[in-house]
Ligand binder design. Structure first.
Ligand SMILES: [Zn+2]
Length: 624
């Protein structure tokens, strides 16, 4: 369209003045528009709410962090601040507000403001017209794990969702965090971007965040940790290690870089420029927790040698793989998070199961496992999953949905009623990988499906997918109807089609079913007593009336304990009766039992000899 053509469309005058008049009108309108935009901008500036946090720890031996939240230019007369009830990545309501004490608020004149607790994790602050307020509170931190916070004289660890409150309805606001370490702590390690170049004169460290999700997605290690860095996959990695251990920094730099390169190759690109590993060397290592551009690993301090070191590298691979799978490729329920309650998803078998599959596959790709060693690993997983009593009770989709009340809250009956989505998901990932390889004749694998999800949902739409979308994407990628597979193995509890799927990529599967005598009680020696710790459902132990927590004192009239008791019971043939002397609630009584049986499936996987299929399992278990 020409300029004149545009003018005629707006013909509000006549003759030669049409264009002049239009131009003048246009500029008047434009000026008014600019003025309006400017006015909105000014009013936005005057109401641009500012949030900053200060974290200090003047007395680490008390295990209390002090937090101050500074809030400026909030026009509401009442603000609500909340403490999350859970830490993303760890699917349990942990009630972090239970650790919060002394919540107080003050206006700009240091005048106290009334604070009223309104729910278990919310505080209402009647700020009135105050332009600037501060909220002070203390957080008791004495649970050292990857998902909770800790402070003592040796170090501090902040898992943000248990330390920082958020302002209700303002989680999307950016802000700053000032960390004031105790005088004996010289270092602060976190993946939060530094707000200023260097440490301030007063010894504090300043960081910034784009929104609350980012603030609490970046754990913080404070103390005198060992810190080193390495570059891999075009990303600078910082590693902070707390605690004595048998690690060698030169070896870690090389091997962790290898894991990073191998994981990044699955997707072909790494979304980060900077990544942080926080490692706690402790007595009872608890695994790791993933974040968008960092992770925390909790390991036994002597884990850095032999087979255990392979386990450590597998943990590194696992948490690193999560930066794609769950932090970016994710169910719609897992981000943005609702910090107030459970965030239910049926897809943890994909998020955790697929990640568990890759944490071992990447060790094969990195050349740490041979093809045979890897095959034994996946065979072990299959035999564990398919022989578990709970596998026939709890579908993997339900295990995911109920993680909050079952997986993270196990009890003495859990083995009878549940199967972890980590292991069954890992087995299903192997089957789906084999299906993709077979269907594509060795040109595609599970990597390509994950790349597709990453591109379609994260990069193009920046959102999570629904359960139905995931299923549809998988079916269309496989070019195969997945309704039956879902009904039987994901929403159902049938034994997976191990043989028929693996044979298509040249892996022969034999299945041997055996029936052997079994009593079905797990008995452990504790403080000189043989105590029942578990009873298998529908077992001889259950039938005779034995219960968890019973003390077994003897068998067939003899006093027995420990290994003698175990070997005596396990030598009793199927169908033979025997008696147990037990104590329960201070009372002795005798139980009459009859030895029962248990059936076990033994799957054995071997590479087949078919030359045409060999290239498929070679592709499956290739090195990089
Ligand atoms: Zn995981």
């Amino acid at each position: 369209m020409s300029k004149l053509r545009i003018a005629t469309l707006f013909s509000i005058s006549d003759g030669d003045n049409v264009f002049v008049s239009l131009t003048r009108n246009f500029f008047c309108m434009y000026k008014r528009f600019l003025l309006a935009v400017f006015a909105v901008f000014i009013s936005y500036l005057s109401f641009a709410q500012r949030i900053s946090y200060e974290l200090s720890m003047p007395k680490p031996q008390s295990h209390y962090f002090r937090v101050q939240v500074n809030l400026s230019d909030f026009k509401e007369e009442t603000l609500v601040v909340k403490m999350p009830v859970w830490a993303p990545g760890s699917y349990l309501v942990r009630e972090f507000a239970k650790n919060v004490d002394l919540v107080k608020a003050f206006d700009e004149n240091n005048k106290p403001i009334k604070v009223t607790k309104t729910t278990k994790n919310a505080w209402s602050i009647a700020k009135g017209k105050a332009k600037q307020i501060r909220v002070n509170y203390e957080v008791y931190a004495f649970e050292l794990s990857v998902r909770t916070s800790f402070l003592d004289l040796s170090h501090g660890f902040v898992s943000g969702s248990g330390v920082f409150m958020y302002v209700d309805n303002y989680k999307d606001r950016s802000g700053t965090l000032e960390v004031v370490p105790h005088a004996s702590f010289k270092k602060v390690t976190t993946s939060l971007p530094a707000a200023k170049e260097s440490v301030q004169k007063d010894g504090s460290f300043d960081f910034s965040f784009d929104n609350y999700d980012q603030l609490v997605d970046c754990p913080i290690e404070i103390g005198n940790q060992e810190v080193f860095s390495f570059d891999a996959a075009g990303v600078n990695h910082t590693v902070a290690i707390y605690g004595i251990g048998n690690h060698q920094i030169a070896t870690l730099k090389q091997d962790m870089a290898h894991m990073v390169e191998t994981a990044t190759a699955v997707f072909g690109e790494n979304p980060n420029k900077q990544y942080t590993f926080i490692i706690h060397n402790v007595v009872d290592g608890q695994g790791g927790l993933e974040h968008s551009n960092s992770c925390t690993l909790s390991v036994n301090r002597w884990t850095y040698e032999g087979e255990e070191y392979k386990g450590f590298l597998s943990l590194v691979a696992h948490e690193y793989f999560h930066l794609w799978n769950v932090k970016r490729i994710r169910p719609i329920e897992l981000g943005p998070f609702n910090y107030d309650e459970e965030n239910y998803t049926t897809l943890l078998w994909v998020m955790e199961g697929f990640t568990s599959y890759y944490d071992e596959l990447l060790l094969r790709r990195a050349g740490i496992y041979t093809k045979d060693e890897y095959l034994r690993k996946i065979e072990g997983t299959i035999n564990y999953v398919e022989n578990a009593v709970g596998s026939r009770v709890q579908p993997v989709a339900h295990a995911s949905f109920d993680a909050w009340i079952k997986g993270y809250r196990p009890n003495e009956n859990s083995a009878n009623t549940g199967m972890t989505y980590y292991s069954r998901g890992q087995m299903l990932a192997a089957l789906i990988d084999a299906k993709i390889i077979a269907n594509s004749k060795g040109t595609k694998c599970l990597d390509h499906f994950l790349q597709h999800l990453y591109k379609t949902f994260y990069k193009e739409q920046n959102r999570g997918f629904s359960e139905m979308e995931f299923k549809q994407e998988l079916a269309s990628f496989l070019n195969e109807d997945m309704d039956d597979f879902y009904a039987r193995y994901i929403d159902g509890t049938e034994v997976a089609p191990i043989k028929s799927v693996f044979e298509k990529i040249g892996v022969d599967v034999s299945q041997l079913n055996t029936i052997r005598p079994s009593f079905g009680a797990t008995i452990r020696q504790e403080n000189g007593k043989a105590l029942v710790k578990g009873i298998r459902a529908n077992s001889a132990a259950e039938d005779c009336g034995l219960s968890v927590n019973d003390e077994v004192i003897g068998c067939d009239g003899f006093r027995m304990e420990g290994a003698d008791l175990d070997s005596y019971i396990s030598s009793i043939p199927d169908g033979q009766s025997f008696t147990l002397l037990v104590a329960r609630n201070e009372l002795y009584f005798e139980l009459k039992a009859t030895m029962g049986t248990t059936e076990r499936m033994q799957f054995t996987l071997r590479f087949g000899q078919d030359k045409n299929l060999q290239k498929l399992h070679d592709y499956w278990l290739r090195t990089q």
